[in-house]
Design a protein around this ligand. Sequence first.
Ligand code: CP
Length: 312
Amino acid sequence: MSTLSTKHLLGIKNITREDIEQIFQTADNFKEVINRPIKKVPSLRDVTIANIFFENSTRTKLSFELAEKRLSADVVNFSASSSSVKKGETLVDTVNNILAMKVDMVVMRHPNPGACVHLARHVDCSIVNAGDGAHEHPTQALLDAYSLREKLGDLTGRKVLIVGDILHSRVALSNIFCLQKLGAEVRVCGPATMIPRYIEDLGVKVMLNLKEALAWADVANMLRIQLERQDIQYFPTLREYSMQYGLNRALLEEVGRKDLIIMHPGPINRGVEITSDLVDSDYSIILDQVENGVAVRMAVLYLLAGRAKSSS
Ligand code: CP
């Protein structure tokens, strides 16, 4: 039986703070495991997991696959570009065919918002959302909050600024839900055209001036401009975007922020949302986020598989 309040991880909106704390505690154990010379435990030895990716991914796909292998699960990878989806098969039929081969869990990335929710209603296994359109990316938010907690301790009252293309970002929405559940205050900053109208209804203040926003924040999470999801042009040129909303060292020095923590979910457009030197600077915890992603995803899979017992 699962020890989380949910059979699936479809988003952060519908999980509890207790779920998040439990994932973090479990991830602490797995982080210790993956730093051992033998980075593997037998926890999911009799579980088969299918990674179904209908959209490109580097970090999330590899991170889930490593997490599964380090838990000793059997893993199959499915890529839409080489599958029978191209011949007109529905998503539910595709996944039910995969489950008929005795697959126990599905990790899915899909370009359509709500695709994972739809699938969870129609198939009989746990679904983990690895990003669905501009809706949610729950494991990204969990690894982001876990990385911040590692750096700052308790997140109550911490000020987190999310900068950039909020409108097309599943990372922004999942981060807002996760950080608020953990007691942090979240604000967003970016061009007005890229801030969704509903954002203030979530208790998130909008700041249009990056300098003022940085003066407020403990943390700046810099998002990529998602050109692949843009139907119209939301700002004149990337150069102008970068001049107004790009993060660079001169701006940090002008604001006097030596203690700011810089995050980025990746992939990074160096020189657009953030200058290359800041990506690689001591301000940045970007590679810590990637490292923690494996432990956090191990925790999610382990808890959803209902095997919450000693991991060592
Ligand atoms: N952060 C993230 O989702 O990256 P990928 O698209 O490479 O998986």
